[in-house]
Ligand binder design. Structure first.
Ligand SMILES: [Zn+2]
Length: 304
């Protein structure tokens, strides 16, 4: 599933392509919207809220409308008709004069409704890691309030903070030296972990590629995510992997039992700021963003 930085990047790319253009013809292959016609509406903004994509449309004398989508595991947006994708998988097509159409493919979540009601789709989200303003104190308080929920699950709960998918839910606890199994409410120093997330996601969203190590080389972009059966890059202990079905938060989870001692081994978990600082140092733009801003990253959001 794409992370918040990937969706932010997608929103920016779509915005550059379509903003200010008026829809000439729309096609929905969706039972709820099959007869809906968006022709005549101008695409004002393509924005992201956490992992949700919001396309805001308006026209003189009509109330503003938002197209909301969430890609989950399968969905994607394409600029231009994708070859080899049969029409029935193209849930929505927005045809624009003098431009390639925007096509939403296999979208598991697709809604159309008044812009004034966007909160129905995104009102539950916690502070958004890729938004212009970010309330880090609130994100930390939410993670603490998650109490007995293991840190990995608390990070993935978009109500606590928005934008983290499984990649960062594995990488951030490793970088912090905390077990993803440790109850979130009993982890000290979460403000350091949140500050790194707040630097990491916006930098990756703006510049890409999506890397936690700062290394863009294939196979080197992440510390432990997807490295099952490999030694820990810090201490060489064999990494542990739990399958989705064995994890309460339902995602494949990787951790180093030595760098990230579990709740059975220690009473209390502490985010290790020194370890975080060392591991972030290789990602120079992130290290710089951290040094510069603390709570405020470099992103610009079009959210109103
Ligand atoms: Zn280790």
């Amino acid at each position: 599933m794409p992370e918040g930085d990937t969706i932010r990047r997608l929103a920016d790319r779509l915005h550059r392509h379509v903003s200010g253009r008026t829809i000439a013809r729309s096609v929905f292959r969706h039972n709820r919207y099959a007869t809906r016609d968006l022709a005549g509406l101008r695409i004002d903004v393509v924005d992201a809220a956490g992992k949700h994509l919001l396309m805001r449309l308006s026209a003189e004398g009509r109330r503003p409308i938002t197209i909301h989508s969430h890609l989950r595991m399968s969905g994607r947006w394409s600029i231009g008709l994708p070859p080899r994708t049969p029409p029935w998988r193209r849930r929505i097509e927005l045809w624009l004069p003098d431009a390639k159409p925007l096509v939403g493919i296999d979208l598991p979540v697709l809604d159309v409704g008044p812009t004034a009601d966007e909160h129905r789709w995104v009102g539950h989200l916690g502070p958004d890691l890729c938004a212009t303003s970010f309330d880090g104190d609130l994100a930390v308080a939410n993670l603490r309030a998650a109490g007995s929920v293991p840190l990995g699950g608390a990070l993935l709960d978009q109500r606590n903070l928005a934008g983290i998918g499984n990649l960062y839910a594995v990488e951030l606890p490793f970088m912090a030296g905390v077990s993803p199994w440790f109850p979130s409410g009993r982890v000290d120093g979460l403000e350091h972990l949140v500050a790194v997330a707040r630097a990491l996601l916006p930098v990756n969203a703006e510049l890409g590629p999506q890397t936690t190590t700062g290394n863009a080389r294939r196979g080197r972009t992440h510390w432990i995510y997807g490295r099952r059966g490999r030694p820990c890059p810090r201490c060489s202990t064999a990494l542990q992997v739990a399958r989705e079905s064995d994890v309460p938060w339902g995602r494949v989870t990787t951790w180093c039992p030595r760098c990230q001692p579990g709740p059975d081994a220690v009473d209390h978990a502490h985010v290790d700021p020194e370890r975080l600082r060392r591991l972030v140092a290789g990602h120079r733009l992130v290290a710089r963003a951290l040094g510069r801003s603390g709570q405020h990253g470099p992103r610009h959001s079009r959210s109103g």
